[in-house]
Each structure stands twice: as structure tokens, then as C-alpha cells.
Design a protein around this ligand. Structure first.
Ligand code: HEC
Ligand code: HEC
Length: 452
């Protein structure tokens, strides 16, 4: 037998299959793409925990503060206002007097749709939480060896971290014991962030009953409750509540070819063809799960990173901060695009306020970066913070550093093609999330208010 011929045959077959998949969009999403369905008791527990401010040091912030059902599971802001702010979405303020926020959160709060799909093995814009079978816990994370065993999946690992952040949920040093532990980097143990929060939950009888129901073979008494059990329940809720795979695009992929109009089908062809979107927004969830530098504007307080000659920490090197590899500078994770019309603002710093603007950026990234219009930024003002928010965008040399790392090629589309592409992106909306009020509980076991 001629092995060479067989290989060539296979190669041709493989190219044809890939090309076809490219033209017609990816394979449809199925139940098997997601983690196994958790019990109702676990999901119900996760739902109240997600909305309960008891998990924050000063009992004033919940996960939902930045990932609310009424704001597309994000917060509708370029950059979140965590601990100390008041209000939800675009009505949120930066607080006042001694309670005012300490600083803005440096990155956009992403939506939480479809993160219960197993292919999301990496979390955060820079991927600092990831599945890693070489670790005892099964994951790499900023907690290193402090991360407990027994976390169900990367989504559960992620849920361990917002409570450890001073700006997001813990509060500032001196304000409460959780904040003090967080400031000292003590996460595990009874006096660590997670132990202190577990103690709060153990003291609320309604929570004890809910934990027992969610973990019948594991939790018998209040003392058995660990924070990782809360994180696993939160992940179970997120997985179940925000599975969004019934958009018109999904129905089209499952065989109902009438779900897309002619205009939308042309947009889809552009997405997977001429406009080259599908090269990074690939696969069933329209992400290659990889990291790319696409010259996104940098606004806000930054992640403490500095190009040569600067020391204000206002930049965000993205993936480089995790890998230590300078080739990863300004690379961020490719976002999934389901429900993208519901999740403005866009980009790792939320710099673009509309879908049109972020797509135009993709068509001509360098021009778009240089001509970036800061007036579109949607976040509550605070005089003593504002002035600093655009220092990178006001500095041509620093913008040039971002441009030099850009990997995204420009694409020429006329206005008709642009409109088609946008109309396709709207077919990715799962209409059940146009009204997501049922995913908000009417009360939480701590008795704390649900108002943000
Ligand atoms: C103050 C705002 C804020 C609060 C409160 C908050 N988050 Fe987030 N969340 C963010 C931001 C900002 C990011 C992105 C951070 C990054 O990538 O560096 C994020 C990222 C995430 C992600 C990762 C999404 C992805 O695609 O990688 C998940 C999941 C998530 N948060 C869930 C939660 C849960 C669960 C809680 C409560 C335990 C919570 N968040 C509390 C702002 C917040
Ligand atoms: C080279 C890879 C690459 C290509 C090609 C690409 N994108 Fe992106 N896209 C990304 C990355 C990476 C981000 C996030 C960047 C960031 O946060 O700084 C992103 C962000 C987005 C966002 C914002 C989503 C959000 O949740 O913030 C949209 C919308 C989007 N892309 C649509 C498109 C469209 C439409 C095309 C084709 C015209 C396209 N992309 C081509 C990599 C790519």
C-alpha cells in the first residue's frame, strides 16, 4: 500500500471538511458540550449566593453587582465600580465621603453566558485561571498552593477570586477582617478570606439547610461548609442559568435554514469568509480560546504595567502578565460572541460603547486606536479619578507600543457589507435573555438587600 497516497488523500479530505465548516459556520452546540446538569438544590443555592452581599467584606457588594441579569450578566459599564459604589448598571455611582470607592476596577466585567461549556478551560481576559492537570487541585490560579482541592471546574475556581479582591468585594485594609486577610494574602485556613466567609454562611440557618440539601452526602452539620462548596454551587447556577445556545444562529446550525434572512446569511458568509472574523472567533462558541493583540484602546487605572520609562502602572499587558513572555504583550482572550448584542460595552477595558464601534475597530484597528473617541466611555464620573483614566490614550508613544504588537489585519468592507455583518451578529442573541428577570431571586438568606 502506498502510504504517501493515503496521507495525501486524508489531507485533501481534511481541507475540504474544514473549508465547508468555514462556509457554513461551526457544528451546532449540544448538551454534551456542557458540564453534566447539576441538582436543583445546588443551582438554587448558587443563585442566592450569587446575589448575596454577605460574600463581600463590608456586606455591600455581590457577584451580581457586576454580573446582573438586568444588565446582560455584565454591568453595562466600561469599567466596574466595586466595593463602595451604589446603584446598578449605568445608574451606579462611585460613592461619597469616606465610603467612596478606592479605585476603579481595571478591566471590563465580562458576561457569563455559556461558561458552563467544557471548552472554556481558561477564565479571565488574561487566562490566569486555567485547567492544569499537573497541579494537585487540577488548576493553575493566582492562589497557587492555597487553592483547595475539590473544585468542580474552572468556573468554580474563578468564583473563589472576586471575594479576595479589595476593590471588587473584600474592601480595604482596616475595614473588616476579610479585607485584612485579603490584604495579607491569606486566603486558605479558618482565618483566611475563604474560611472567614464560610463562618458567615455557617451562622445562617437557611444557608446551612440549603448546603445540606445541595451536598447531602458531604455536608451534615454547619461546620462541614467550606467556601469551595459555595464556589461549586455558584458555578452550577451560572452554568444552568446562563446557557445561551438557542439563538436564531443556533437554530440555523441545527438545521432550520429559514431562521436567518438573506441579509443575515450574507453577513454570516462575511464573518466566516472575507471579513476573517472566524479565524479567531472560531469553533462552536466563536472563540479559539486563544489570546490575540488587536490594538484595543487602554483606558482606566490599568493593571500596574509600564512600558519603558513610565511608572504610573496605567497599562495592561494582558496575557504577558501570566506567561512572562513579552510576545504575549497586549494579548487578550478572544471573547465568545453569543448574546454579543446584549453585552456592551466591549473590549477588555470596555472602551467601545457600541457593537458597531467595536466591529469598526476590527476592520481598521490601527486607525481606530489613533482616532479613539473617549467621549463614548460609559462609566460614572469621579473628579479625582477621571483625569487619570485616559493618560495612555493621550500619549502617542504609548499608543505606538500597542500598535506595534497588533496582529489583526485590516479588512475592506463597504457600508452594505458592514450592515450585513452587524445583522449577522444580532442573530447570535438567544431571545430568552431579552427578559432574564427570573434569574434574580426575590430575597437572599442573609436578609441583606438586593439593591445594588
Ligand atoms: C466589582 C465587579 C465584580 C464583582 C463584584 C464580581 N466580578 Fe466577576 N468579573 C469582573 C471583572 C472586571 C472580570 C474580568 C477580570 C479579568 O479578566 O481580569 C470578571 C470576570 C468574571 C468571570 C470570568 C468570565 C470569563 O469569560 O473569563 C466570571 C465567571 C465571573 N467574573 C463571575 C463572578 C462571580 C461568581 C462573582 C462573585 C463571587 C463575581 N464575578 C464578582 C467584575 C466583577
Ligand atoms: C486576530 C483575532 C481576531 C479576529 C480576526 C477578530 N477578532 Fe474580534 N476579538 C478578538 C479579541 C482578542 C477580542 C478581545 C480584545 C480585547 O478585549 O482587548 C475581540 C473582541 C471582539 C468583540 C467584542 C466582544 C466583547 O465581548 O467584548 C467583538 C464584537 C468582535 N471581536 C467581533 C469580531 C468581528 C465581527 C470580527 C471580524 C470582522 C472579528 N471580531 C475578528 C480577536 C479577533
Amino acid at each position: 500500500m502506498n502510504l504517501g497516497k493515503v496521507c495525501l488523500g486524508l489531507a485533501i479530505y481534511a481541507t475540504t471538511v474544514v473549508a465547508q465548516a468555514g462556509n457554513q459556520g461551526p457544528m451546532p452546540v449540544t448538551d454534551n458540550d456542557f458540564y453534566p446538569t447539576p441538582s436543583n438544590a445546588k443551582v438554587e443555592l448558587g443563585k442566592v449566593l450569587f446575589y448575596d452581599k454577605i460574600l463581600s467584606g463590608n456586606s455591600n457588594t455581590s457577584c451580581a453587582t457586576c454580573h446582573h441579569s438586568l444588565t446582560g450578566t455584565g454591568d453595562g459599564l466600561a469599567l466596574p465600580v466595586g466595593e463602595g459604589g451604589k446603584g446598578l448598571g449605568v445608574t451606579r455611582d462611585t460613592g461619597s465621603g469616606s465610603d467612596a470607592i478606592h479605585e476603579r476596577v481595571p478591566r471590563n466585567a465580562p458576561h457569563v453566558f455559556n461558561l458552563g461549556a467544557q471548552e472554556f478551560a481558561v477564565m479571565f481576559h488574561d487566562g490566569r485561571v486555567a485547567v492544569d492537570s499537573s497541579q494537585p487541585s487540577g488548576f493553575t490560579s493566582p492562589a497557587g498552593a492555597q487553592l483547595p482541592l475539590g473544585l468542580d471546574n474552572p468556573l468554580a475556581v474563578q468564583a473563589m477570586f472576586p471575594v479576595t479582591s479589595a476593590t471588587e468585594m473584600a474592601g480595604q485594609l482596616g475595614e473588616n477582617p476579610v479585607a485584612d486577610a485579603a490584604a495579607a494574602g491569606i486566603l486558605s485556613g479558618e482565618n483566611g478570606v475563604w474560611g472567614l466567609l464560610a463562618q458567615r454562611l455557617r451562622a445562617i440557618p437557611e444557608y446551612v439547610a440549603m448546603f445540606q440539601a445541595a451536598y447531602p452526602s458531604q455536608i451534615n452539620t454547619a461546620d462541614d461548609i467550606q467556601f469551595k462548596d459555595a464556589a461549586n454551587a455558584i458555578a452550577a447556577f451560572e452554568t444552568t442559568a446562563w446557557r445561551a445556545d438557542n439563538s436564531r444562529f443556533d437554530q440555523y446550525l441545527r438545521g432550520d435554514k429559514h431562521m436567518l434572512s438573506k441579509q443575515e446569511k450574507k453577513g454570516m458568509k462575511l464573518f466566516y469568509g472575507k471579513a476573517n472574523c472566524g479565524s479567531c472567533h472560531s469553533g462552536k462558541f466563536q472563540t479559539d480560546q486563544g489570546f490575540h493583540a488587536i490594538a484595543m484602546p487602554q483606558i482606566g487605572p490599568g493593571k500596574g504595567h509600564n512600558s519603558d520609562g513610565y511608572d504610573d502602572g496605567r497599562e495592561d499587558f494582558g496575557r504577558e502578565a501570566v506567561t512572562g513572555n513579552v510576545n504575549d504583550r497586549f494579548r487578550f482572550r478572544t471573547p465568545t460572541l453569543r448574546n454579543v448584542a446584549l453585552t456592551a460595552p466591549y473590549g477588555h477595558a470596555g472602551a467601545y460603547d457600541s457593537l458597531e464601534a467595536v466591529v469598526r475597530h476590527h476592520l481598521s484597528p490601527v486607525d481606530s486606536l489613533f482616532n479613539y473617541d473617549t467621549s463614548q466611555v460609559r462609566m460614572p464620573s469621579r473628579a479625582d479619578l477621571d483625569e487619570q483614566d485616559f493618560v495612555v490614550m493621550n500619549d502617542g508613544w504609548r499608543i505606538e507600543q500597542i500598535v506595534q504588537r497588533n496582529e489583526l489585519a485590516s479588512v475592506d468592507l463597504d457600508e452594505e457589507e458592514f450592515a450585513r455583518l452587524i445583522s449577522f451578529l444580532h442573530t447570535l442573541t438567544d431571545n430568552s435573555f431579552l427578559d432574564d428577570r427570573h434569574n434574580v431571586p426575590s430575597s437572599v438568606p442573609s436578609g441583606l438587600t438586593l439593591a445594588e
